[in-house]
Design a protein around this ligand. Structure first.
Ligand code: SF4
Length: 502
């Protein structure tokens, strides 16, 4: 079998043992790789009805079929477990060097079972697996954990997927980070923490065989050329944040907790402004000729020097949707999320729910009192200082941060039950997962796609915004074609069909 090793690695954290499972060619033909294969592995290894934080919920990795080959944008892996956000299978796609290392270590997939007694990290050294003491890594941020593991193993080629302090603290929307990229959204970081799993590190030293290297190289070269052409130029120059002004023009830029779709200061949080005032360098994931990631730095004020990669979804959630027009504050917020190991979208949207609750009198300054802020916080829209302080309280589980770390659905339900309020009405989630960066009232097909999506309201798993934005249908009205469109665009996004459904 070319492109695959034919082997799935199973790791039991309870008994610290491993075993290898072989799969048939037919199995690979159906599940191919990445999210599809990881989801299938989850399906095969999960105990139905289990609690997402129980030992019966496995952590499942699967490499993309093209990881480690010359195929552009192919360095990806899928990660799947039962999601503590939605209660369904939570799948994420991430990439870069980690997936390539896993492929070179000759594993198509990895299934991690059980729960460890003490905090560990796993070191997959080609075929060998070590269960290593993680006590020295506890409390370290995601990037610092990767560095510390490289130092400990004295090998700067070791690649790691890690959780940060937010994961360790069981922030429900904690994520997993590798090589500066995130397997985000569905709460993998807290699932790992429930297993006392701080990181998975890989050293892969083997080659990958393909059936026809010459043709693959030629096709890869053609795709690389196309990927560097005009269709991607806006992403290469500004990244996905190029969409801020377009969304604003269409009335789709979520503003002040999705109460509005136009932000009066959109120019100040636009991709163009970010590029001119905060751009440090443009970086690419491994195997990608597009290079869309905008490494950006706060340049003035209390967060001077804060630095992280910025893309559209994390930016809207931490700027216009908080009513914040100061990119220095937004960069710091996203840095807190990325280094702390939290999903920047869920974090920002949970803070925007708290802001609207504060402005409507459901939450008060009293709720935000803690040792560091004895007078509480004035969490109004636009208050960057209070937003950053709240993000840090979520990461560290301080005061009201404990409640907010559960996401909008659970936080609003608890507050409403205690106070007799109706803050669930502005808790922007579907199935417990915070919504994507489109003001859905102006995208009727996408509204439906978000409501019924398999992963929750995710722009990556439903492409139902596409017929709305392209004008295939009237985006402001509803008719009986939308169900079929929502279904077919989700299938298209899952690559079940080769051509667009309209
Ligand atoms: S650099 Fe951007 S386009 Fe390329 S793989 Fe990474 S996220 Fe995708």
């Amino acid at each position: 079998m070319f492109g695959y090793s034919g082997k799935i690695l199973h790791i039991d954290l309870i008994e610290q043992k491993t075993w290898v499972e072989g799969k048939t060619e037919d199995w690979y033909k159906i599940w191919i790789g990445g999210v599809s294969m990881a989801t299938r592995l989850c399906w095969e290894n999960i105990t139905p009805g289990c609690d997402p934080y129980s030992p019966e919920n496995p952590v499942c990795f699967a490499n993309g079929i093209f990881a480690g080959t010359p195929v552009p944008v192919g360095g990806k892996y899928g990660l799947a477990s039962k999601s503590p956000m939605t209660g369904f299978i939570g799948d994420s796609l991430s990439g870069s060097w980690f997936s390539i290392a896993l492929k070179r270590a000759s594993w198509d997939g990895v299934v991690i079972h059980g729960t460890s007694e003490e905090w560990v990290y796993l070191f997959i050294d080609d075929e060998r697996v070590e269960f290593r003491d993680a006590s020295k890594l506890m409390g370290l941020g995601t990037f610092a954990t990767e560095e510390a593991i490289r130092d400990e193993l004295a090998d700067d080629q070791v690649r790691s997927a890690t959780i940060g302090p937010a994961g360790e603290n069981m922030v429900r929307f904690a994520n997993v980070t590798n090589d500066g990229r995130q397997a985000g959204r569905t709460g993998h970081g807290s699932v790992w923490a429930s297993k006392k799993l701080k990181a998975v590190s890989v050293r892969g030293t083997k080659g990958i065989t393909v059936a026809d290297p010459e043709t693959l190289n030629k096709l890869s070269f053609d795709i690389t050329k196309a990927a560097q052409g005009p269709h991607t130029s806006k992403y290469r120059l500004l990244g996905t944040v190029t969409n801020v002004l377009n969304m604003n023009k269409l009335g789709l830029l979520p503003t002040r907790n999705y109460q509005e779709g136009v932000f009066e200061d959109a120019e100040k949080v636009s991709g163009e402004y970010l590029h001119e005032h905060h751009h440090v360098k443009t970086i690419a994931c491994a195997q990608c000729p597009i290079a869309c990631e905008q490494m950006s730095m706060a340049k003035t004020g209390p967060w001077d020097g804060a630095m992280t990669g910025i893309e559209y979804e994390c930016l809207f959630a931490n700027s216009s949707n908080l009513g914040i027009n100061d990119l220095n504050a937004s960069i710091r917020l996203i840095e807190v999320a990325d280094h702390g190991g939290m999903d920047a979208m869920s974090m920002g949207i949970t803070i925007s729910w708290a802001m609207e609750s504060f402005e409507k009198g459901v939450l008060t300054k009293e709720d935000f009192k803690c040792e560091k802020y004895p007078d509480g916080l004035e969490l109004t829209f636009g208050n960057g200082m209070a937003a950053v302080a709240t993000a840090e309280m979520i990461r560290d589980q301080i005061g009201i941060g404990k409640l907010l770390s559960q996401g909008t659905k659970r936080a609003s339900e608890k507050i409403d039950e205690e106070r007799g309020t109706k803050s669930y009405q502005w808790a922007m989630n579907s199935k417990g997962l915070e919504t994507a960066g489109y003001e859905a009232r102006g995208l009727k097909t996408f509204s439906l796609g978000s409501a019924v999506g398999t992963r929750g309201p995710c722009h990556n798993r439903t492409a139902s915004y596409d017929p709305d934005i392209k004008g295939v249908v009237d985006r402001f009205t509803v008719d009986d074609t939308r169900g079929e469109l929502a279904r077919s665009t989700e299938e298209y996004a899952a690559e079940d069909k080769r051509t667009q459904p309209y």
